[in-house]
Ligand binder design. Sequence first.
Ligand SMILES: Cc1cc2nc3c(=O)[nH]c(=O)nc-3n(C[C@H](O)[C@H](O)[C@H](O)COP(=O)(O)O)c2cc1C
Length: 169
Amino acid sequence: METLKAIFTRRSVRRYRPDPIPDEIMQNLLRAAMSAPSAGNEQAWQFVVVTQRALLDRIPAIHPHAQMLTEAQAALLVCGDLQREEHRGYWVQDCSAATENLLLAAHDQGLGAVWVGVYPREERILPLRELFRLPETVIPFSLVPIGYPTEAAMAEDRFNLERVHFNQW
Ligand SMILES: Cc1cc2nc3c(=O)[nH]c(=O)nc-3n(C[C@H](O)[C@H](O)[C@H](O)COP(=O)(O)O)c2cc1C
């Protein structure tokens, strides 16, 4: 898919068919995530690939806006790795860029996905850290449920010239 077309047509997808996701497609998504820019190329991220039904089904009890996990075939937990951080505080931007790349790659591959926010909410970070046995220095940042969409989502043009300031405010 052409890049701009992918960006303009990506939408959050929260309903999925039960078809499994081939391993090579999951690897493409991870490669896309790791192709993201990061501060000084620090790549302060880690990814947990979640495919076990029992784990996916436990997430809605932890996160109030993650009901779609019960239908998703898989989810990728994007985490910040403080031990890999070279530029203090920038792991958040690294993980944001990786998450957006994941969403665009999923869309390109005919998959549906949605950014489920975790960081900076402590009440989501702590139980997810426990569920996935993350070390103390690894912070769950976002969760991206993935599956083949039940229906095509409508593109939405959000271009708004009122939010654009030329040279000075
Ligand atoms: C930081 C962040 C956190 C989000 N958290 C959730 C969430 O917890 N659950 C959810 O269903 N969608 C979540 N979303 C998706 C937004 O609701 C969605 O991107 C927004 O409504 C725009 O719709 P679109 O993605 O279809 O363009 C989140 C998005 C971002 C960027």
